[in-house]
Design a protein around this ligand. Structure first.
Ligand code: NAD
Length: 456
């Protein structure tokens, strides 16, 4: 498997993808290692994760550079991701022992009865991961899964393989046994081979079409399946905002990580009384973004990681133009080496356009004017997805009234494109099923066992 730098098109490494036989051997390895790991005291398991955290700190710059080289993410944003993952690990280190503790939920001396809950690990879990935030989406799964006593078969995306191998090396150096965290390298075919193993759970991050295939493959097996999928996340900007600062915040939410975030802003609705002013401020913010060498500290717009995505973006642009949208900036592939697309903004869009319906996953956005809150809510909910949604207004009650009506796993008031380890990360509809992060995202890697205890 050739690892390419999407910013230059150059091959930066050659790794061999694992076939079905190799995947089977890795499954057997993990199955043998899991029972011993589950018996290791949680204090020791937490120590290894703390040591993993220390490895990330020690190797920070090397890891950031690898990530930028293989996914084309601007180097400052790679560093941000590595800093952000430390906070997530800290949350799991602080909360896991409490969340996984045996609980006494009922006791009645007259009946000599006690009821308790324990949290048993699922066993061997498959973690099939995405490339856009490999440290975030990976650690949301493998960190709590390991702490809870599972063995993890981790398949990094084929677009973030070197980062995946760094993660495996750091976990092993930190003391997680090699038969407890096992990296499985390859593309979709390797992922499919992994799914054919008798694992006890599948935790997937990626697109809706692949998620649907995974759900079908796991369907009859009665194992836990979690799918964290895409989004078409809306923002509604009310007429009472500070236009310049709202425009800058929403533009960052749309274009950060070159628009390749599951919770990127993908649709913008603006109250018609401030539409023109908002559009002008938004375009000014976007024109300030520097597109260029992802290794340069000043770069904000990096490369498009997957080359086929350029066709998706081209198609959305052509469709929007044909249906009468107004191209305000950008609109084209950048010629030359590597995969590049100009930051692109359309005004006068509507929901007949692909740009407002299908996940774009790139630096392109449409802005639509709306007459009132009711129209905004209807449009925000007019999607098969439901990952995040947000409102910008000075009025807290108005924001809460709107957000209560929106179908999404996470809702934002005066912010967007934000994930917190303390809050559950989950989606509605095609954005997936299950939950990571928060204490729910710790217990999800366990099977709660019900103990009915009556002393004689
Ligand atoms: P993808 O679906 O193309 O691939 C995801 C993973 O699935 C990769 O590791 C791939 O090798 C593997 N895979 C592909 N076919 C498979 C098969 N048949 N069986 C098993 N495994 C298979 O997604 P991607 O391009 O890596 O990621 C982008 C998508 O992920 C976007 O839709 C984005 O919104 C979504 N995403 C969601 C979240 C979230 O938290 N909800 C986070 C990040 C990314």
């Amino acid at each position: 498997m050739k690892i390419m730098n999407p910013a230059t098109g150059a091959v930066i490494a050659d790794v061999s993808a694992e076939n079905s036989t190799a995947v089977r051997r890795k499954y057997e390895l993990a199955r043998a290692g899991q029972a011993r790991w589950a018996k290791t005291p949680i204090r020791k398991r937490l120590e290894t994760i703390a040591a993993f955290r220390a490895r990330i700190v020690a190797l920070h710059e090397t890891l950031a550079r690898t990530l930028t080289q293989e996914v084309g993410k601007p180097i400052r944003q790679s560093r941000n991701e590595l800093n952000g993952v430390l906070g997530r690990i800290d949350f799991f280190l602080a909360e896991s022992a409490k969340s996984l503790r045996e609980e006494k939920v009922f006791a009645d001396a007259s009946q000599k009865l006690e009821e308790r809950i324990t949290h048993d690990p699922l066993g061997v879990v498959a973690n099939i991961s995405a490339w856009n935030y490999p440290y975030f989406v990976g650690s949301n799964v493998f960190v709590p899964a390991l702490i809870a006593g599972n063995a993890v078969l981790y398949k990094p995306s084929e677009y973030a393989t070197l980062t995946g191998l760094h993660i495996a090396d750091m976990l092993h150096d930190a003391g997680v046994p090699r038969d407890v965290f096992v990296a499985v390298v390859g593309d979709g075919a390797t992922g499919a081979a992994l799914l054919r193993q008798p694992v006890d759970g599948v935790f997937f991050t990626g697109s809706y079409p692949t998620g649907a295939r995974i759900a079908a493959a796991a369907g009859k097996r009665m194992i836990k399946v979690q799918l964290e999928l895409g989004g078409k996340d809306p923002i509604y900007v009310c007429e009472d905002v500070d236009v310049k600062s709202a425009a800058a915040g929403v533009a960052d939410g749309a274009f950060y990580n070159t628009g390749q975030s599951c919770c990127s802003v993908e649709r913008i609705y603006v109250h018609d009384s401030i539409y023109d002013a908002f559009v002008a401020a938004f375009i000014a913010a976007v024109k300030g973004y520097k597109l260029g060498d992802p290794m340069d500290d000043a770069t904000y717009i990096g490369a498009i990681t997957r080359r086929p995505q350029l066709d998706v973006l081209r198609k959305q642009v052509a469709d929007a133009k044909r249906k009468g949208a107004k191209l305000l900036t950008g609109g084209s592939v950048v010629r030359g080496k590597g995969n590049w697309f100009e930051p692109t903004v359309f005004g006068d869009v509507d929901h007949s356009m692909l740009l407002m319906k299908d996940e774009s996953f790139g630096p392109i956005i449409g802005i639509q004017s709306v007459a009132d809150d009711e129209a905004a809510v209807d449009l925000m909910n007019d999607t098969e997805y439901g990952l995040t949604a947000g409102v910008y207004t000075q009025d807290e009650r108005r924001a809460k009234r709107i957000l209560a009506q929106v179908h999404a796993g996470s809702v934002y008031w005066n912010c967007c494109d934000r994930v917190s380890p303390r809050l559950p990360w989950t989606g509605v509809g095609h954005s997936g099923i299950g939950v990571t992060l928060s204490t729910y995202g710790i217990q999800t890697f366990t099977r709660p066992k019900a103990w009915h205890l009556r002393s004689a």
